[in-house]
Design a protein around this ligand. Sequence first.
Ligand code: RIB
Ligand code: CA
Length: 314
Amino acid sequence: MHEPRKIIIDTDPGQDDAAAIMLAFGSSEDLEVLGITVVAGNVPLSYTSRNARMVCELCGRSDVQVYEGALGPLERPQVTAEHVHGKTGLDGPVLPEPTMPVNPQHAVDFIIATLRREPAGTVTLCTLGPLTNIALALQKAPDVMLRARELVMMGGGFFEGGNITPAAEFNIYVDPQAADLVIRSGIPLVMLPLDVTHQLLTTKARVQRIGAIGTRAASVMVEWLEFFERFDIEKYGSDGGPLHDPTVIAYLLKPELFSGRDCNVEIETVSELTMGMTVVDWWRVTNRPANVRFMRDVDADGFFDLLIDRFARL
Ligand code: RIB
Ligand code: CA
């Protein structure tokens, strides 16, 4: 019996964040969620905090502590995505307000204290939103942050372009300065970009398989996905929308589903035209350090099989 891998999930729920958290909770033999830290992103912090606690309660995990972090980006004006996720960030089903409290410790202090307490190299940071909390922790305790085993993020895009601007993916675009601090931090980084997530469409057949699980959590997830995908179906004209954030958790559970390469990634933090762009030296045309494992391909059917198998365990 192997020890479950210790993770912290930093998130801005968001229906796809909710799917990632549910995938983690459905994989409790493999993953131990030490805590959930929330950040402003898809919607303001008050909603991401509410939403994270709603997902914990839906999954019967009100034992997991939720910590509130940054109200907004380090420098940039706040950008949110209600047009995709709805006003609350978890539009779709009508659910009761959460009753579990927020843990009073600040998210940044929780991240630092956890990395300081746990043996070096044993805690994985899983980021599903803008990287503001991680950047603040790096500014406050850079040496402690290097005790992380690795940081696996949903963010960026290169061959696929951007989704919030032609050049940039939302999580990076919201706080490019934070992403720049993280990308230069020396923490081992794995990036699950739009190049991967755009291959993972919530097709009708896949959503029906989730619905067929028959549990309350699965039926709520179906309503979340059906709300969340409507924007991308309109935008891309596809059968279903890309499911972004669960790729981070799926990568920890079954890395063999993904393929990519170690290469240099830098963040645009100056030009307004390309602000937040992840500039990926995939063809190694520079001698810049290979600071990121950049994922480019995924076994889509294998990913959804994993998702459905683990959702069914809740
Ligand atoms: O660009 C997709 C990312 O932005 C996802 O994490 C989604 O939840 C939003 O935060
Ligand atoms: Ca997210």
